[in-house]
Design a protein around this ligand. Structure first.
Ligand code: UDP
Ligand code: MG
Length: 313
């Protein structure tokens, strides 16, 4: 069993595979105490030459493991597959586009040897990202922090080291809408952050276009918070309170033979109330739908991912 496993999910990263492995190996060979290591490359149903490039690495050097998934399962599930297969005492998860500098593994291992179970990388700066992505990411990490009791550190991705007992805990969490960084925080134990400057993607394009980013954000929030479910109750109580006061007014004025304020201008207030509560009800239904959809997915109990083959050098 190796001391260190480095897990990388790869989806259409053909031009990044060789440089990535190169840089990981360079660092892994120079680590203090010379730990044994394996590099677990997960091919997440790539449609380009990623698979062939991984096989070329297996032929060319030792310590490479290929986990070939049966189709594209998405970043979080591909990462989970790699972490499940990894056998190291410490498991590092990183992206395959070299936005996560492998050199940080030196700091990760140092902290791990100090006794930390999770060492996560905190993005001090992010190069080559659009202003929109930076803004929405900032907003997302701060929103989720307010919505959940699990303390998920802000501005961290999945780039992190996990100890064996954290990995075993993850394996016992079979939920399928995976928000790994949240799950790892939820596990607990001793966690610490290490700051770094996030590089630009080396080649290719992002695999997280806006719709996927939104799904990912919704997955994160619904996996770790039930606050949105209570949204309807809050609005409901608020509306009932106003309605009660207004009802008292109407009755009071009626008793004195007068009309309540707003009586003659009734149409405007009615139409606003109807549109407003129509919208609120549909939003509430949508939120319910999000959670019910997730329950439906969970009860089906399908496997999280399917492995087509595992190859080792
Ligand atoms: N990825 C994957 N399956 C997918 C989408 C992405 O395995 O369906 C991998 C991708 O190859 C990369 C990592 O997940 O190694 C992060 O993706 P990306 O760099 O596109 O995300 P971004 O950095 O733009 O948020
Ligand atoms: Mg990237």
């Amino acid at each position: 069993m190796p001391t260190l496993s480095i897990v990388v999910p790869l989806y259409n990263e053909e031009d990044n595979v060789a440089p990535l492995v190169e840089r990981i190996v360079a660092i892994a060979e120079r680590l203090p105490e010379q730990p044994s290591y394996e590099i677990v490359l997960v091919n997440d149903g790539s449609t380009d030459r990623t698979l062939a490039r991984i096989r070329a690495e297996i032929a060319a050097r030792p310590n490479i493991v290929l986990v070939n998934l049966s189709r594209n399962f998405g970043h979080q599930l591909a990462a989970s597959a790699g972490v499940d297969i990894a056998s190291g005492e410490a498991v590092v998860l990183m992206d395959g586009d070299l936005q996560d500098p492998p050199e940080l593994i030196v700091d990760f291992m140092a902290k791990w040897r100090e006794g930390y179970d999770v060492v996560y990388a905190v993005r001090r700066t992010r190069k080559g990202e659009s202003a929109f992505k930076l803004f929405t990411a900032r907003l997302f990490y701060r929103t989720i922090k307010r919505l959940t009791k699990v303390s998920i550190p802000v501005d961290t991705g999945d780039f992190r080291l996990m100890s064996r007992r954290v990995v075993e805990a993850l394996k016992r969490s079979p939920e399928r809408h995976r928000f790994l960084r949240g799950l790892v925080s939820w596990v607990g134990f001793n966690q610490v952050g290490v700051e770094y400057d996030r590089d630009e993607r080396r080649s290719g394009t992002t695999k997280y276009p806006l719709p996927k980013m939104i799904r990912f954000a919704v997955d994160g929030i619904t996996s770790f918070s039930d606050v949105p479910l209570r949204f309807a109750s809050y609005i409901g109580f608020f509306a009932s309170a106003i309605a009660f006061v207004y009802a008292l007014l109407v009755i009071g004025f009626k008793l004195f033979g007068a009309n309540a304020p707003g009586y003659t201008k009734g149409w405007a207030s009615l139409i606003v109330a109807i549109i407003f509560f129509g919208g609120v009800q549909l939003i509430s239904l949508g939120i319910l739908g999000e959670y019910i959809g997730r329950i439906y997915d969970e009860v089906k109990g399908r496997p999280l991912y399917l492995i087509s083959d595992i190859e080792r050098s």
